[in-house]
Design a protein around this ligand. Sequence first.
Ligand SMILES: Cc1cc2nc3c(=O)[nH]c(=O)nc-3n(C[C@H](O)[C@H](O)[C@H](O)COP(=O)(O)O)c2cc1C
Length: 199
Amino acid sequence: MTKILAINGSYRNDGVTDQVIEIMAEVMQTAGAEVEIILLREYPIEFCLNCRVCTQKPGEAPGECVQHDGMQKLIDKIEKADGYIFASPTNFGSVTAVFKRFMERLVVYGYWPWGMIAPKDRKANGPKKKAVLVSSCAAPGIMGRLFFSTIKELKMTAKTIGADTVGVLFTGMIAQEEHPKLPDAIKRKAQNLAKKLVS
Ligand SMILES: Cc1cc2nc3c(=O)[nH]c(=O)nc-3n(C[C@H](O)[C@H](O)[C@H](O)COP(=O)(O)O)c2cc1C
């Protein structure tokens, strides 16, 4: 059975990000996939310590972190999944702080012994999985895509864990009401991207 892992970096229940992921999950489950959603706002992840212990040993498998929080379990889920949704609202022009904290802990996917100036992606030459990226912002979508770095950061996340980006859903002008509801056009796009992820 195809396993899809959705990593959600939104801060609030039933916001735009939650709604997009729910719609996508429904389509993928109907298609027979197993979908797990990780809400980073509720998930125990500490900040990276920059000790680089996890980056010292070579090999394709992610290194092991010295911290015993929820991250190792999440890495296991990432390794077992066949496809991903990486989602974060745009806050101050980039991914949210909880998403960035998760992203920095993905340093386990780099082989970076002391003395080497930059890490080597452990998954650089392996088979590629699929990822769909989801973000939103208060500004018009075109401005968001041109001036904000959220999609670039979500793309870097996908690349780090060994996935190619097969679709992007970026919703602009979405913060005009306290409880925004997704426009039908966005719902349809989310459904199409979900089909692409499990096809
Ligand atoms: C702290 C904060 C910073 C934000 N920064 C931006 C921004 O730089 N540009 C923008 O267009 N929208 C910004 N927004 C609006 C959010 O992007 C928007 O409310 C969010 O995409 C909705 O996602 P959610 O419903 O999952 O929370 C910001 C919102 C917050 C709370």
